[in-house]
Design a protein around this ligand. Structure first.
Ligand SMILES: *Cc1c(COP(=O)(O)O)cnc(C)c1O
Length: 389
């Protein structure tokens, strides 16, 4: 039976899978040892569980377990990747390449580098939100230290051509980081095929717990120069000190294993659910446009701009459907999404947008219900606006 509200905000976060929760529970109350206390059974159990999770995360990425560093989430992984690599070049400074549609968890650390004298090329995107390998090639300079480009965009779902950019980065000898928080667990990930040297992921975006993530750091000779952001007792090979979040890490491992097991089939199911929602909206409403690439996008993500309605009542009036809008209310005042502006939308179109994302627990019935509710709501708002004017 359908029980509104329907959750269509899986790009913001996902519920924990019950299999993940079940695996985590013993590590709160029974196996509560400190993973460093390997001289007794409690500590060894925690230590072994972390190493098991490391193997699960590595398998999901096509990586080796020694290449996985557990962190407090993708924000922290991005900070280590970006600031940690550039710290190695602190004395000489240099140049980094990123893109204007990145998550703030990338743009924030990049701003800090700028303040420390690094030069930054922030690439523009095309109408779908993509950069081309040619743009990246043209931006590379003799002292380019790092390229950081996200795999999948969290607002419009668009995928960058990461594998082609990875080949280019390798050929030019430049380190390549990707924020893969939206991609891992949704798209088959093979770090060698993607050609990345560093990759960030977040457990809560793939049906794992909040506050835990991982950073993949490629093993190679000479080693990739990464400095820690958090210093202390030297956990995670010195890259992330602090007592391990054992239940969280166990959850992250199981979340990766569960997602990876049927990733292609689930991808097809989510794509068809998303297309089902798109059809309902485009059949039921005039004057709406799709944001992001029509096919080269995350399976679950749909983003549309709706003409002729005010941005505020568009989202807040929809009480039975949980989704997000293109106006980021970070400081109280609703600023239009910079991602939508970057793909050429007007400030008005950017504010009058809806981001929806179906997920593992979304049903056909929920999609039909949500689609009908959105059509009804927009139609009503438009009618009111027409009467008022
Ligand atoms: C959610 C998200 C993050 C932040 O991840 P946290 O684990 O919440 O810190 C970073 N980048 C992208 C693309 C995201 O979607």
């Amino acid at each position: 039976m359908l029980k509104p509200p329907v959750y269509l905000d899986n790009n913001a976060t996902t519920p924990c899978d019950p299999r993940v929760v079940a695996a985590m529970l013993p590590f709160f109350t029974e196996q509560y040892g400190n993973a460093e206390s390997v001289n007794h059974a409690f500590g060894r159990a925690a230590h072994d569980a972390i190493e098991q999770a490391r193997r699960q995360v590595a398998a999901c990425l096509g990586a080796h377990p020694t290449e996985i560093i557990f962190t407090g989430g993708a924000t922290e992984s991005n900070n280590i990747a970006i600031k940690g690599v550039c710290k190695a070049f602190e004395r000489d400074g240099g140049h980094v390449i990123t893109c204007c549609t990145e998550h703030k968890a990338v743009l924030g650390p990049i701003d800090t580098l700028k303040a420390h004298g690094f030069r930054v090329s922030c690439l523009e995107v095309d109408e779908f939100g993509r950069v081309t390998p040619e743009q990246v090639a043209d931006a590379i300079e003799p002292d380019t230290r790092l390229i950081s480009l996200m795999w999948a965009n969290n607002e419009i779902g668009t995928l960058h051509p990461i594998a082609a950019i990875g080949r280019l980065a390798k050929a030019r000898g430049v380190l390549f980081h990707t924020d893969a928080a939206q991609g891992v667990g949704k798209l088959r990930c093979r770090v060698d095929d993607l050609g990345v040297d560093l990759l960030s992921l977040s457990a809560h975006k793939l049906y794992g717990p909040k506050g835990v993530g991982a950073l993949y750091v490629r093993r190679r000779e000479p080693p990739i120069p990464v400095f820690p952001v958090l210093e202390g007792a030297g956990h995670e090979r010195g890259l992330r000190s602090g007592t391990h979040n054992v239940p969280g890490i166990v959850g992250a491992g199981v979340a990766c294993a569960v997602a990876d097991a049927d990733i292609e089939e689930e991808g097809h199911r989510l794509t068809s659910l998303r297309e089902r929602l798109r059809t309902i909206l485009f059949d039921g409403l005039e004057d709406i446009i799709l944001n992001g690439h029509p096919t080269d996008r995350l399976p679950g993500n749909l983003n549309i701009s709706v003409a002729g309605v005010e941005p505020e009542p568009l989202v807040t009036g929809l009480r039975t459907v949980a989704l997000s809008s293109g106006s980021a209310c970070s400081t109280g005042a609703a600023a239009p999404s910079r991602v939508l502006l970057a793909i050429g939308r007007t400030p008005e179109q950017a504010q009058r947008s809806l981001r929806m994302c179906v997920g593992r627990f979304t049903t056909d019935e929920e999609v039909d219900y949500a689609g009908e509710q959105i059509v009804k709501h927009v139609t009503r708002l438009r009618r009111t606006a027409a009467v008022a004017s």
